[in-house]
Design a protein around this ligand. Structure first.
Ligand SMILES: Cc1ncc(COP(=O)(O)O)c(C=O)c1O
Length: 417
């Protein structure tokens, strides 16, 4: 299989190129891409829900949506929070933008690597961004005490923590986050970005949203695109005390939510069980995909509680070349992390997908390694042909009776049940 791809699309942005742009650039092949790039729940909405939406599409698109208070009120009923503590937006990125305008006055601290808007948005508005580098030698694990000491030493007025973090999927238990909030009660604002928290299975109640409603300086941010598998709709929300949440609701533009978002929010109550089941299936896939990838000798896999796995390629292997090979030869789209602060092109972020999609990914990585080995050896063969040339590299085959291959010794930040 050979697909022509416009490689410039990967260089134009600090984020991933849009799926639509990529698939347009690939013509009819673009429709067959297996997407390991955009972190989306593959099991939700269910087929039945999509059919219901499709059947109602004409009405959904023809009419104005209700106002944001009506949609937010329904969301509050579904998630069991007081509507006065919620502000709903057109994607959580809209809230990152407005939080920066409203509440970040001079400086903001953020561990890196992380979601790019957390560093770029405040820099674009002239704020000081205090970046706390997570270390690869610690498996990108965030040490809360060191982060607090860093915030104090820099005098940062706002602090952000993503739990789980993007791109590594590292997770801190709820009690650690509460300790973080307690320690920083004097800051202007502390934001806990829980955009991926529904994927956590390390503990039963990982969120600190309820804490945010009763504290003066805490905001919890949630994206709905990732967990509901609907990035195109653009919806997210924040949870905070009624004063902060109300200020945000007044600031957001009127009718900032669209009718598709409204339709989904009003469907959620009846589909709670399917949603919970989708999260269970995803956690199962995360484990099996981690095991599959850890079998490849050229990859190190980091433990994750999100719906993606960060992997590091062995020294000398370029992620950009692998990404181009996978998309052009196998129709597999991956996120190479070279344009993320605190990362390099040796890292890939791979979205958790069902086993039938992981097979072409693994085959694609193997075929890349083989072609790379052949090229290298063709070059060296021009100089000398060793009589005992080695065989092509083969994947390690785990002993079926032995222990599961470890995910390269990297620890999860949370407890696994
Ligand atoms: C940690 C984090 N927060 C927020 C967002 C923004 O999500 P959205 O605007 O799609 O809701 C992202 C997107 O990837 C993210 O990784």
């Amino acid at each position: 299989m050979r697909h022509s791809v416009d490689a410039r699309l990967f260089q134009q942005t600090a984020h991933s190129p849009s799926y639509f742009e990529l698939s347009r650039s690939m013509g009819e092949h673009g429709r067959q891409l297996i997407d390991f790039c955009i972190p989306c729940n593959p099991y939700f909405p269910t087929k039945g829900m999509f059919e219901e939406l499709a059947g109602n599409l004409e009405n959904i698109l023809k009419f104005y949506p209700s106002d944001a208070d009506t949609i937010t009120g329904q969301l509050a009923r579904v998630i069991g929070l007081n509507p006065s503590t919620i502000a709903m937006s057109n994607g959580s990125t809209e809230l990152i933008t407005w939080m920066d305008h409203l509440w970040v006055t001079e400086s903001i601290a953020i561990p890196i690597p992380t979601f790019g808007r957390w560093t770029d948005q405040p820099m674009e508005t002239g704020k000081r961004v205090d970046m706390f580098p997570l270390q690869e030698r610690d498996a990108f694990e965030l040490d809360i005490d060191r982060y607090i000491a860093f915030i104090r030493s820099r005098g940062s007025r706002v602090a952000v923590l993503c739990n789980p973090n993007n791109p590594d999927g590292g997770y801190l238990p709820q009690r650690e986050i509460i300790r973080f909030l307690d320690e920083l009660a004097d800051l202007d604002l502390v934001v806990i970005d829980e955009s991926f928290i529904d994927f956590v299975d390390a503990e039963q109640y990982p969120s600190v949203a309820a804490e945010a409603t009763i504290r003066p300086n805490v905001v919890v941010l949630k994206s709905l695109g990732k967990n509901f598998g609907l990035h195109g709709i653009r919806f997210g929300y924040l949870v905070a005390n009624p004063g902060l949440a109300g200020m945000m609701r007044k600031t957001l533009p009127k009718w900032n939510l669209n009718s598709l978002a409204e339709a989904i929010v009003f469907m959620l109550k009846e589909h709670r069980n399917e949603y919970d089941e989708s999260l269970r299936m995803l956690a199962h896939d995360r484990f099996s995909m981690g095991v599959e990838l850890a079998r490849l000798p050229e990859l190190s896999v980091f433990s994750s509680q999100a719906n993606f796995l960060l992997v590091k390629l062995a020294d000398g292997i370029d992620g950009g070349e692998l990404r181009d090979h996978l998309i052009s030869q196998h129709g597999v789209l991956v996120r190479e992390c070279g344009n993320k602060l605190g990362m390099s092109s040796q890292f890939l972020r791979l979205v958790v997908r069902p086993p039938q999609d992981v097979t072409p990914l693994v085959e694609g990585i193997r075929s890349f390694m083989v072609s790379r080995w052949r090229t290298e050896n063709r070059v060296s063969a021009l100089h000398s042909i060793p009589p005992d040339a080695p065989e092509l590299p083969r994947p390690r085959t785990p002993d079926a009776s032995g222990p599961m291959p470890s995910i390269n010794g990297h620890r999860s930040r949370g407890r696994h049940r």
